[in-house]
Write a protein that binds this ligand. Structure first.
Ligand SMILES: Cc1ncc(COP(=O)(O)O)c(C=O)c1O
Length: 396
């Protein structure tokens, strides 16, 4: 048999659904927390087409991608990113989860374990699992706050030591968590972790690029961020900041190729994703200045107040809320879903008619939303639309 035997036949008729596909809802107001801070800036959109060809940046590489001088990847990765993250060293990765995997694959072996907050994202857990180690999580307070308290870490670390007969290889906090947008007392937790003398890792997928956060000031050793979630970049791309104490280990080099870092599989982001991250960086740095983040928090709080004033909404998580990611609870929409045509799909339809996207189809009682980067007019329009829908179905 020849290797081309049975090779797929070219039949244009069967391929019509492929090729360029228009994106539904592209020009709508998107309130999905996954999307609000990953939207590209105008410069990043230009960079995407300019650098979209495969390995575009590799034309300029002498073997170490993060040392490319022109375009200024070296300056970005080795000077700007460490200052932005507040770490001694930094790298660009293919996402927050790849950054966490690099860390846990370095720090752990079979039989080891990592302690995480009780709200940790699945990607943190699978990163540890893939590295061959176990995960144990802290408790959290009950509904509706679901807070992670510093004492929860003491309990979790102590019971981990009892169960495994040794300290965890690392302790992680999700800051904020991806469900409720809760910001735990990171400095108190870091002091506790220091007492056990283990590395403290911050998963800042929802903070790096949205709000000011400095790893050293927070008392952590390692920080990860997500470019496509929070740094106005096209995915997949993330960032990893590491202090010197752990940098040589995590960024150790291959014995087969002296310049390639093992945990990064030699090279990471090698085209459009890193170039969009660089293109958006001036805007990302502007928007994360404390005074601009304050405006984002105020915007979210105003939105929450307006909706809760109707008596038909509430939020889970910390009050007052300190992040743009909100987990809403809506008795009003849930009531409507029981009698509306289309049942629980009514909300998605009503919002789509108003050019609002981002609440998953079928959700009415509980859903996550974000006001990040929306103009005040857009936030008012979303709140007004929620109220209109309640009025239309006689809920208020
Ligand atoms: C809290 C949190 N951490 C990490 C991630 C994963 O980020 P990435 O896609 O960059 O791996 C997510 C994605 O939803 C998240 O919500």
């Amino acid at each position: 048999m020849d290797i081309s035997d049975n090779f797929m036949k070219y039949d244009p008729n069967k391929l019509q659904k492929f090729g360029f596909i228009k994106r539904d809802g592209l020009d709508s107001i998107n309130i999905n927390p996954l999307q609000t801070a990953g939207r590209l800036t105008e410069d990043a959109k230009k960079a995407l087409t300019e650098w979209g060809d495969g390995y575009s940046v590799c034309d300029y590489c002498d073997g170490i991608l993060d040392l490319i001088k022109k375009p200024p990847i070296e300056d970005f990765v080795h000077n700007v990113l460490p200052e932005f993250l507040g770490t001694d060293q930094a790298r660009v990765t293919n996402g927050a989860r790849e950054a966490k995997f690099a860390v846990y694959n370095t720090l752990s072996k079979k039989g080891d374990y990592v302690i995480m907050d009780g709200l940790a994202h699945y990607s943190s857990k699978v990163a540890v699992e893939r590295a061959g180690a176990d995960v144990r999580t802290t408790e959290k307070t009950s509904s509706p706050e679901y807070e992670i308290l510093p004492e929860h870490y003491i309990d979790a670390i102590d019971s981990g030591i009892k169960e495994f007969g040794k300290k965890p290889v690392a302790v992680q906090l999700t800051y904020p968590d991806g469900n409720y947008g809760n910001l735990a007392d990171v400095k108190k937790i870091s002091k506790i972790v220091k007492e056990y003398d283990v590395p403290f890792v911050l998963n800042c997928a929802y903070s790096v690029g949205r709000m000011p956060i400095n790893c050293k000031s927070a008392g952590a050793d390692i920080i990860v961020g997500s470019g496509h979630k929070s740094m106005a970049s096209c995915g997949p791309v993330g960032v990893l900041g590491v202090n010197d104490e752990y940098a040589d280990k995590i960024f150790r080099k291959s014995s087969h190729n002296k310049v390639k870092e093992i945990e990064l599989l030699g090279c990471t982001s090698r085209g459009a994703p890193i170039m969009t991250m660089i293109a958006s960086f001036p805007e990302v740095l502007r928007r994360t200045q404390p005074e601009n983040w304050d405006l984002e928090v105020k915007k979210a709080q105003k939105f929450i107040k307006r909706l809760t004033d109707t008596g038909k909404f509430d939020i889970y998580g910390q009050k007052p809320h300190k992040h743009d990611l909100m987990f809403m609870k809506s008795e009003g929409f849930a009531n409507i879903s029981e009698r509306a045509k289309g049942g629980r799909y009514f909300l998605y339809k009503e919002l789509k008619e108003r050019n609002i996207y981002g609440i998953k189809t079928g959700l009415t009682r509980n859903f996550k939303i974000s006001t990040y980067g929306l103009t005040n007019e857009e936030v008012d329009y979303v709140a007004e639309s929620f109220e209109d829908i309640l009025k239309k179905y006689d809920e208020i």
